[in-house]
Design a protein around this ligand. Structure first.
Ligand SMILES: [Zn+2]
Length: 398
């Protein structure tokens, strides 16, 4: 049995967790601080000052990195409606965007009236990066985290727009950065190295895959953070809106549903009626959550109910019932994922088994979770494009 927080159920395998003498975790304690001790009205003044410093002076007032999920959609909405900003929306398309998400995005862009830059990286590289990150870290999402965090910074430089607005602060979920520090969290290269890239830079990655993959050094540029020197010269500020206003997911979801026609979706392995708004961006979310469960013995149901428990929106009894009923099931998208990488489920299991966090012991024989209604529209790799396209190594004749 894993040791768990008495208040929110997060287990000892959760990153950055610590328990106090009462068995309460540091993330729950941070939340108490956020509610009681942060002076949100002074934070709001700081936001106004920041905005006025940049308004009207550049090609755009700010850049909003945008996935189309609830947080970036709310961020974009709030900056336009409350502050009348002219943002440039920058979207890094990881390659697995779902139909419902693309429809949400179109409604949002048309309703708010914004310029949008969207970028999709080379699929062959994405597949090679997914395999490498899965093997090294048990987390195939390196390409996505690295791309989402660094690509908008390249656009900031290209367009010479120094102010970048991300959405929720990471203090909401982890203890890496602490509300208690009482300073505004900057999304910078240090932060990028700390959690977006799993400790692997694009340069490292190039070295790891160059032996068997036909790599052009330029291929990894969208995944690498731009030089700090250039960003400093631009006078950049890269901040989270959630550092300035209290982040209330449920309230914000209600707002974007009403105002923008934003719609939630079914996500594999989640209770669909309770959590239709969380992580709807990617059709591989179910695989990601499944791997997390195999590694650490919890996944997104635990995380979401933990957040609701902290906000007093769910009973402990209901939380435990949802966790037992939904968590740990095998996602139907696993088959598609295996097809992309050209590996068998046995190979997948043995890769993941090497990354398990003790004392957790995984079960690889769980039953399947139900298919979502858009399952059959997800990309399937044809047989002749499965797996990684390996470099042809010339045979040296003597
Ligand atoms: Zn807790």
């Amino acid at each position: 049995m894993l040791k768990k927080c008495k208040a929110c159920n997060l287990p000892e395998t959760y990153e950055t967790i610590e328990f106090d003498a009462d068995g309460i975790c540091n993330i729950c304690r941070q939340k108490e601080f956020k509610d009681s001790a942060i002076d949100w009205s002074s934070r709001k003044d700081q936001l106004q000052q920041l905005i006025e410093q940049y308004r009207g002076k550049y090609a755009y007032d700010c850049i909003v990195p945008f996935s189309g999920g609830k947080d970036s959609t709310f961020t974009l909405y709030h900056l336009i409606r409350e502050y009348k900003l002219k943002p440039l929306v920058v979207q890094f398309n990881h390659g697995f965007m779902r139909r419902g998400l693309l429809e949400n995005n179109e409604r949002t862009f048309r309703k708010l009236g914004v310029d949008v830059i969207s970028f999709t990286p080379n699929w062959h590289i994405v597949k090679r990066l997914m395999l490498e990150a899965l093997i090294r870290k048990g987390d195939f999402c390196w390409h996505c985290h690295a791309g989402i965090s660094s690509f908008p910074m390249h656009i900031a430089l290209q367009q010479q727009v120094p102010l970048i607005f991300w959405g929720e602060p990471s203090s909401e979920y982890t203890a890496y950065y602490d509300y208690r520090d009482d300073e505004i969290e900057e999304m910078n290269e240090e932060k990028f190295n700390r959690f977006a890239n799993l400790g692997i830079t694009a340069e490292d990655m190039a070295g790891m895959i160059a032996d068997d993959f036909e790599l052009d050094p330029r291929d990894l540029k969208p995944f690498s953070y731009p030089p700090l020197r250039d960003l400093k010269k631009l006078g950049y500020r890269s901040v989270c809106l959630g550092s300035y206003i209290p982040w209330d997911v449920k309230k914000q979801v209600g707002l974007i549903e009403r105002e923008l026609g934003w719609q939630g979706d079914q996500v594999e392995g989640m209770p669909w009626s309770e959590y239709p708004y969380e992580k709807i961006e990617c059709h591989l979310q179910g695989v990601r959550d499944y791997i997390k469960y195999l590694k650490r013995g919890y996944s997104r149901v635990t995380q979401m109910t933990a957040l609701d428990l902290r906000n007093g929106r769910i009973s402990q009894e209901k939380a435990l019932q949802l966790i037992t009923q939904y968590e740990g099931k095998k996602p139907p998208s696993l088959d598609l994922f295996l097809g992309y990488l050209g590996i068998s489920e046995e190979e997948f299991n043995s890769i993941v088994a090497k990354t398990v966090v003790p004392p957790y012991l995984p079960n690889f024989n769980a039953e399947y979770a139900p298919r979502t209604s858009d399952y059959y529209s997800w990309y399937r790799e044809p047989l002749d494009n499965r797996g990684i396209r390996r470099k042809i190594i010339p045979i040296v004749r003597k």
